[in-house]
Design a binder for this molecule. Structure first.
Ligand SMILES: NC(=O)c1ccc[n+]([C@@H]2O[C@H](COP(=O)([O-])OP(=O)(O)OC[C@H]3O[C@@H](n4cnc5c(N)ncnc54)[C@H](O)[C@@H]3O)[C@@H](O)[C@H]2O)c1
Ligand SMILES: O=P(O)(O)OC[C@@H](O)[C@@H](O)[C@H](O)[C@H](O)CO
Length: 490
């Protein structure tokens, strides 16, 4: 019989010491948290424990319960694989079954940090205004006094309770791929609590540091489970695959202490915004383009897509010509090495990050990546051809024109706006009207109402639909060569 992973069966050198107490409540017990923050917390070795909260699915929490709270992180690269077991979780619960328990945990006096990786759409933020979507059904219900089911509702209600009881300060640490993620979370929580007694207490006693998180962590496959078994010698129900690269940069503004995450290599910096913009644009923005072009070219994974000549060229163009000129680099940052490392990381075939996964939730991810650089370049009289191509490829994946089949990887992309945008498309004339109507749903008005930009997106949609995605990328490359462009060495 194959034995299961638990504290008795795991090889001791792979496991960290048991945490002393639960100082952190983490919302979003997905793969990323388990291969990123949990690993840094294990490497801090200073006793901090984490209560993990899954939103709806019980799969990860159940697996962890059956394994004494453990799971493995399987580092995969073409050079080989290695494994570790970050045993820092003191519990795992599912919010959907017991929303009151989430509020209780965050409100507990011993809780000093509440952190989040709940995907961009978990914040119920209107993507075009970046304000709390007060008409979101979850927010409406949570504000009416029901046991809160949204992340912002859970945090806000727990902070209210802290204010009304022991008054102990706390830090809210957003670890999602969002620009100014701490600042935005603070605004959303305060908007939720607007007019309440707790509003001032939160403003004065709760820290919301900004953070930049980076590690490519795909969804787990059967091949990962088999590889984990080979390395562990016992069966893990829920291993997490991850690339070797990992980076975490955050502001050192914690209201009630923090683990010594620097022991795992985390960087505390006053330049987080520069790191965030760099990462969200160069990595995530380019990643989105590779995913949408790749899916439309029938490529299942990012490394397969990145190896296609026209996709690699488009990726280099959007990165070097359109994202890079719109960021301010952190001090002493070696951007040439960073760009080279990105193309290496996207080539990691051992990891097999799926185009479908990276392309999922485009309606809430792209607003963090595309509008600001597009508006900046348009303001300089430059047409951002490859940002327009990114939007067109996304539209062709999630709101394809009648008769156009975007292929299985695009069809598998989940998007919270898919239905709404589909209904909009059904009632709008294809072409620039449709592009403008769709972009108005997700982007700031300034970009959605730019005739130049929406016109260009509509042209790329037409080319993809009529002649295919390769032809559209060729067209973008041709247009790009007609104007000067920057390079990472510049
Ligand atoms: N995976 C990566 O490579 C990576 C890298 C950097 C940052 N991130 C950030 O982490 C996030 C999660 O990635 P992941 O790989 O863990 O995904 P995942 O699918 O493994 O987990 C997603 C988690 O978010 C929760 N969630 C989803 N929708 C929610 C909602 N509406 N309300 C509350 N919780 C919700 C789920 O319960 C789950 O715990 C990403 O969206 C991104 O912002 C991921
Ligand atoms: O995590 P998402 O869904 O916001 O975006 C998909 C990928 O671009 C992303 O997961 C990257 O792999 C990651 O941000 C690398 O740190």
């Amino acid at each position: 019989m194959v034995s299961a992973l638990n504290r008795a069966s795991v090889r001791k050198h792979l496991l960290t010491d048991r945490p002393v107490s639960t100082g952190i409540v983490h919302l979003g017990l997905g793969n990323f948290h388990r291969a990123h923050q949990a690993v840094y917390t294990a490497q801090a070795r200073d006793g901090w424990g984490i209560l993990g909260v899954a939103s709806r699915s019980a799969a990860v929490a159940d697996a962890m319960h059956r394994q004494d709270g453990l799971y493995s992180v399987l580092e995969r690269s073409p050079e080989g694989s290695s494994i570790s077991v970050p045993g820092v979780h003191t519990g795992a619960i599912v919010a959907a079954g017991n929303p009151a328990a989430v509020v209780d945990a965050i409100a507990a006096e011993d809780t000093r940090i509440v952190s989040t990786t709940v995907t961009e759409h978990g914040y119920c933020m209107d993507p075009s205004t970046h304000r709390l979507a007060l008409d979101h059904p979850g927010i409406v219900a949570d504000r009416s006094g029901a046991a809160p089911r949204t992340v912002i509702g859970q945090i806000a209600r727990a902070l209210e309770r802290r204010a009304a009881t022991h008054g102990a300060p706390i830090t809210v640490l957003n670890c999602d791929n969002m620009q100014s993620n701490g600042t935005q979370t603070r605004r959303l929580v305060l908007e939720f609590l607007h007019g309440s007694k707790a509003e001032n207490w939160v403003a004065e006693n709760v820290a919301f540091p900004n953070s930049m998180v980076d590690r490519i962590v795909p969804a787990t496959t059967d091949a990962d489970r088999a590889a984990a078994y080979e390395l562990l010698g016992v069966h893990d129900l829920s291993p997490v695959p991850a690339e070797p690269f990992t980076m975490w940069v955050m502001e050192d503004r914690f209201a009630a202490g923090r683990p010594a995450w620097e022991r795992g290599g985390a960087v505390f910096s006053d330049e987080v915004e520069a790191y965030e913009l760099l990462k969200l644009r160069l990595l995530n923005g380019t990643h989105s383009l590779i995913a949408y072009l790749g899916a439309l070219d029938d490529r299942a994974t990012i490394p397969e897509a990145r190896a296609v000549d026209f996709i690699e060229s488009a990726a280099r163009s959007v990165l070097e010509d359109e994202y890079l000129p719109t960021v301010t680099l952190p001090r002493d940052f070696d951007v040439k090495a960073y760009v080279a490392s990105l193309f290496d990381r996207w080539s990691n075939a051992a990891l097999g990050h799926r185009t479908q996964q990276v392309g999922t939730d485009g309606s809430v991810k792209l607003p963090q990546r595309v509008p600001a650089p597009a508006i900046q370049l348009l303001g300089q009289g430059v047409m951002p051809e490859h940002l327009a191509l990114t939007c067109a490829a996304w539209l062709c994946c999630v709101v394809p024109l009648p008769g156009f089949d975007p292929g299985p990887h695009a069809r598998a992309m989940v998007d919270p706006a898919r239905e709404r945008l589909g209904a909009l498309a059904a009632g709008t004339r294809p072409g620039v009207d449709l592009v403008r109507a769709v972009l108005a749903q997700v982007f700031p008005t300034e970009l959605a109402e730019s005739n130049d930009f929406t016109g260009r997106v509509a042209e790329y949609v037409a080319v993809i639909t009529r002649d295919g995605v390769r032809a559209a990328a060729r067209e973008a490359a041709r247009s790009r060569t007609s104007r000067p462009h920057a390079s990472p060495a510049a």
